[in-house]
Design a protein around this ligand. Structure first.
Ligand code: ADP
Length: 164
């Protein structure tokens, strides 16, 4: 049985992430999407909120489960017997950063955690969680970026209730 973990902040999940999730779920028998509890960042949504949003957004994909973790991915992966991490690549800038993380994880895990990259579908190449938040904070249209129920929750966070 091929199992993989897709770790990330998902603050909030976008159509770009969902595209990677759908495609990874076709490649692997079981995919765990895991929300990183990163204390350095000030997130828009709490970890629990992000887990619930991801569960709702992936409820029609039976082999996807959603979880969260703190600390090092290699420790979380070892505890859950996961040996493949999935990451998405949008552009060369992602590649430099992701390559470094992937090689660090490979080294620190003594070869037990490999990373598989899926390149973004072109229609989502421009999408990032931070740009979605910036557009939404000014009341801009994010309907092309995130599912409708997520857009509502984002506008609520920015007290833009008239847009929900
Ligand atoms: P992190 O803060 O860990 O980078 P993100 O939630 O921003 O987490 O992203 C998680 C993963 O999803 C990363 O591998 C990132 O490159 C990828 N990703 C983000 N947006 C897109 C997108 N539009 N298309 C494809 N992959 C994406």
């Amino acid at each position: 049985m091929k199992r993989a973990v897709y770790p990330g902040s998902f603050d909030p999940v976008t159509f770009g992430h969902l595209d990677i999730i759908k495609r990874a779920a076709e490649i692997f028998d079981e995919l765990t999407v895991s929300v990183l509890n990163n204390k350095e960042k000030t997130p828009l949504f709490s970890v629990d909120e992000r887990v619930n949003i991801l569960r709702e957004a992936t409820k029609n994909i039976p082999n996807v489960q959603v979880d969260s973790f703190s600390g090092l991915l290699i420790n979380y992966a070892a505890e859950n017997e996961l040996h493949i991490a999935v990451r998405g690549l949008r552009a060369i800038t992602d590649f430099e950063y992701e390559l470094q993380i992937a090689q660090t994880n490979k080294k620190l895990s003594e070869g037990r955690l490999d990373t598989v990259f899926l390149t973004t579908s072109l229609e989502y190449a421009y999408l990032s969680s931070s740009s979605v938040k910036e557009i939404a904070s000014f009341g801009g249209d994010i309907s092309q970026c995130v599912p409708d129920f997520v857009a509502k929750l984002i506008y609520e966070k920015y007290n833009l209730k008239h847009l929900t």
